[in-house]
Design a protein around this ligand. Sequence first.
Ligand code: 92A
Length: 280
Amino acid sequence: QPSPDQTIGMGIRSYDPEDPYCPYPSSHSLLHIERLCDSIVRSHRDTSQFRLEELQALRWKLFSREEIHAYQSKSVDEMWQLCALRLTEAVQYVVEFAKSIPGFRGLGQNDQITLLKTGSMEVVLVRMSRCFNTENSTVFFDGKFGSTELFKSLGCGDLMVAVFDFAHRMCALRLTEQQMALFSSLVLINPDCPCLEDRGRVHRMRRDLEVCLSHMLRRDNQESLQDKLYQKVSVLRSLCSLHVEKLHWFSQRYPLTVHSVFPPLYKELFTSDLPSVDSL
Ligand SMILES: CC(C)CCC(=O)N[C@H](Cc1ccc(NC(=O)CCc2ccc(Cl)cc2)cc1)C(=O)N1CCC(C)CC1
């Protein structure tokens, strides 16, 4: 007698729930999809770095003129180190999120790292909208909210404008945490990544996540959001390559800083040298 979730909805063949990505014909039981949604939403909540309520409570805690002046008086490499540290922190939470996406751990180590190398920065930029205040264009950084002027000494004003502009546009979509969770998992599970070893398996994961997202948007009566979200992916890619480009510019001018002070995880994810696994 097949167990209930092996026959509900489109699913016609039983599958091993322990290995949700064993190859089976393109059919998913509704229960499988709803379970997948729930587990991704839970993972997002458990790895979101800051709860929305915390960020809401802090959103009018702005830096004073003196504090802003202090940041602007930091040297280029000092400010870069601080931002790289914050970026690495944010990436580490995204790595934990990725590892708890059903099926991700089932991928080969190299494919996990390949997906993280490209996707983790993109998810950081998606999540960043949670700590962005569109009313005064400020972002949570180092305990308070600051505008682009805070980052003047980085010497990459164009990137800052692009990052803040993207945060504005993400906020305009007014995603719920559930929708952000699913969108983040879609950004990470990218079968178009170059040099994937088991592309088929990533494809199957991706297809289920797409079914999850459309299922959720239908439930939220917001199907129009689907196209807007998929359009955001290309902006994310360009924003990430701008980050990497600026990092190369910076590492040429301050090679010692990048090679001695930058957080190890950051060097692996955003530089071309071969990744190691343990620091993940
Ligand atoms: C609270 C949670 C919900 C989410 C927490 C969160 O999103 N933290 C981010 C992480 C972050 C940090 C830095 C950047 N980029 C830059 O600084 C551009 C220059 C650059 C490029 C490359 C390197 Cl190596 C170093 C610096 C992107 C993101 C954060 O701390 N932010 C948001 C973005 C501004 C620019 C800085 C402050």
